[in-house]
Design a protein around this ligand. Structure first.
Ligand SMILES: [Zn+2]
Ligand SMILES: [Zn+2]
Length: 372
């Protein structure tokens, strides 16, 4: 009996002297904020929350949730639930800009709550969230959630320019096409091409982290971006052979390759968590977003039409349609280049290479997106 009492007593002393319990809450919140912002998947953070009562209490602190990084919300569409929705709402009210954008995309496209979705995206965009700005520009260009007359090209260009200024590659490319074609803005072919070169160079540079880029919109030639890289340009035939060998089915994912406009291989970027969610969400519905509606043909996008004939189609074949020029450019390099035009009529050198203005292959092949 005495020995048991002594044991309990010594156990209490041990608990009291636990150094973890001695840490002030502020310090624990600071550590949890770091974990929350650098989590590579939702389970990283969930496993912290369930590890002890103190982490569970402090982990849901507003300060911690406000720091949530994009990958924390990489929820699988099949795991979507009311509790996942509640957690996202909690992060939104804590001020997480990533949660605003992620939930905005889900509400707009998946839950078809257009007003709430667009306003959440706008909330993120106001805080200079580049993907949110770009997504809002796509909404404006397409008049998504409204009628054809709701298209506002000038607003689309203005928002796109803001995202481009922040270095968003698809926005730079979109803006380049707008300027080149005089779409929603006064035509300026030279400036448009300069932006297309910049988008391609940034895409290439992102595959080679050692290459440093100048600040956005510099007036420099593309050769300055390729510093030290020895790139081999492949012919169209070589590209097709290597793509079908390295990337059967031309699906997305690590290990897959994307042909840069300079004719060299760069890895295909992983879809962002919100795009992955949309892909899975509509994939569960057999890729059918509703009667008369189509999905964006770029397999890494996942955006559906919100009204029939909303997206623009490829003018060369008319068989594919895209939410944006960014998606068209990705899909062209990934697979459509070989599906759109018969191989026999490929020109040998349609690709504008380094030092030749870097013309987008989609343009060189006469493959433009037009309103359907
Ligand atoms: Zn798209
Ligand atoms: Zn086509």
């Amino acid at each position: 009996m005495i020995s048991r009492k002594r044991l309990r007593y010594s156990h209490k002393i041990e608990e009291k002297s636990d150094p973890f319990e001695g840490l002030p809450d502020d310090l624990v919140v600071c550590i949890l904020s770091k974990i929350c912002s650098s989590a590579t998947c939702p389970s990283d953070f969930i496993s912290v929350l369930i590890s002890c009562k103190r982490f569970n209490r402090l982990g849901l602190n507003r300060l911690v949730l406000s720091k949530a990084g994009a990958k924390l919300f990489a929820i699988r569409a099949k795991n979507w639930s009311e509790s996942a929705h509640r957690f996202l709402k909690q992060c939104v009210s804590a001020g997480s800009v990533e949660a605003c954008y992620f939930l905005g995309m889900i509400r707009f496209y998946c839950l078809e709550n257009r007003g709430s979705g667009a306003s959440l995206m706008a909330k993120a965009a106001i805080r200079s969230h580049a993907p949110a700005l770009y997504s809002l520009a796509v909404l404006q260009f397409n008049g998504s959630g409204g009628s054809r007359s709701d298209k506002d090209l000038r607003a689309g260009v203005a928002i796109c320019a803001r995202a481009a200024y922040l270095g968003h590659v698809d926005a730079i490319r979109e803006l380049g096409h707008c300027l080149q074609d005089g779409y929603g803005v006064r035509q300026n072919i030279a400036e448009g091409r300069r932006l297309l070169v910049q988008a391609n160079a940034r895409e290439l540079a992102s595959a080679f982290p050692s290459v440093t880029l100048s600040p956005p919109c510099p007036r420099s030639s593309v050769t300055s971006y390729s510093g030290g890289l020895h790139l081999h340009r492949y012919s169209n035939a070589e590209q097709q052979i290597m793509t079908t060998t390295l990337c059967p089915g031309s699906g997305l994912g690590s290990g897959c390759v994307l042909w840069s406009d300079y004719g060299c291989i760069v890895p295909v970027p992983e879809p962002r968590p919100e795009n992955q969610f949309l892909i899975e969400w509509f994939g569960m519905k057999g890729g059918d977003p509703g009667p008369g509606l189509r999905m964006c043909s770029h397999s890494g996008c996942g955006r559906p039409e919100t009204r029939p004939h909303e997206f623009r189609r490829c003018s060369a074949c008319g068989a594919v349609n895209y939410c944006s020029r960014g998606c068209q450019a990705h899909d062209w390099k990934l697979r459509h280049k070989w599906q759109c035009t018969p191989a026999e009529v490929w020109p040998n050198e349609v690709v504008g290479g380094v030092g030749h203005g870097g013309v987008l292959v989609g343009q060189g092949g006469g493959n433009e997106v037009v309103g359907s």
